[in-house]
Ligand binder design. Structure first.
Ligand SMILES: CC(C)(C)[C@H](NC(=O)Nc1cc(F)cc(F)c1)C(=O)N(CC(=O)NO)CC1CCCC1
Ligand SMILES: [Zn+2]
Length: 189
């Protein structure tokens, strides 16, 4: 099972590389990696398992964070209430943002990262709405639109596939400033 020691930290060159496209249909090894990534997210959100293994509750993880420079990410956003089905769950292979809104949203508390063991304060502007083309492990193509928190998580993960970290987006001079096309998530109106 994946634990925090398997997740590479900033400074490791793989985090700054553009990940290679995944050959589809995926090989057994890639399918196993996908399974391990999904299992990590489930484990990390299980209080008992997370406590036992010292896991940070993760909503997404990208293969490069496991030193596998492959364009693949796993996402698991829990539903609001216990027992609800997840808000977003899946493996996104060779994802590509086809188009995005001009409006941008930021999480009020900024962002963190499983590969960044420190707080980096500041708003991380992300497109409010995105249209993403991606594949599943069998090579089936999907084109879907995302908004809100799922859109933020997907952009954070797709950034990892392009060697980008969340703090690359923070305004150096005024980390907590917002332009007139930027809003806090949940206060877009
Ligand atoms: C960096 C960390 C704080 C571990 C962050 N976790 C997180 O947001 N936890 C969380 C949120 C929920 F809404 C429900 C829940 F169950 C757990 C996270 O996984 N990521 C993913 C990551 O680092 N991927 O590489 C960072 C988030 C910042 C914005 C989007 C993803
Ligand atoms: Zn991250």
């Amino acid at each position: 099972m994946i634990t925090m020691k398997d997740i590479i930290l900033e400074g490791h060159p793989t985090l700054r590389k553009k990940a290679d496209k995944v050959d589809l249909p995926a090989s057994p090894e890639v399918r196993q990696l996908a399974k391990d990534m999904q299992e990590f997210l489930v484990n990390s959100q299980d209080e008992k398992i997370a406590e036992k293994y010292g896991l940070r509750a993760g909503v997404g993880i990208a293969a490069p964070q496991l030193n596998e420079s492959l364009a693949m990410t796993a996402v698991l956003i829990p539903g609001f209430e216990e027992g609800d089905e997840p808000e977003l769950e899946g493996i996104f292979v060779n994802p590509r943002i086809l188009s995005h809104s001009v409006e941008e949203v930021c999480l009020r508390e900024g962002e963190g990262c499983l590969s960044v063991d420190r707080d980096v304060p500041g708003y991380v502007p992300r497109s409010a709405r995105i249209k993403v083309r991606y594949y599943d492990l069998d090579g089936n193509e999907y084109v879907k639109r995302f908004k809100g928190y799922p859109a933020i998580v997907l952009q954070h993960e797709i950034d990892h596939l392009n060697g980008i970290l969340f703090y690359d987006h923070i305004n150096e001079k005024e980390p907590w400033s917002l332009d007139d096309h930027q809003y806090l998530l949940g206060e877009e109106d």
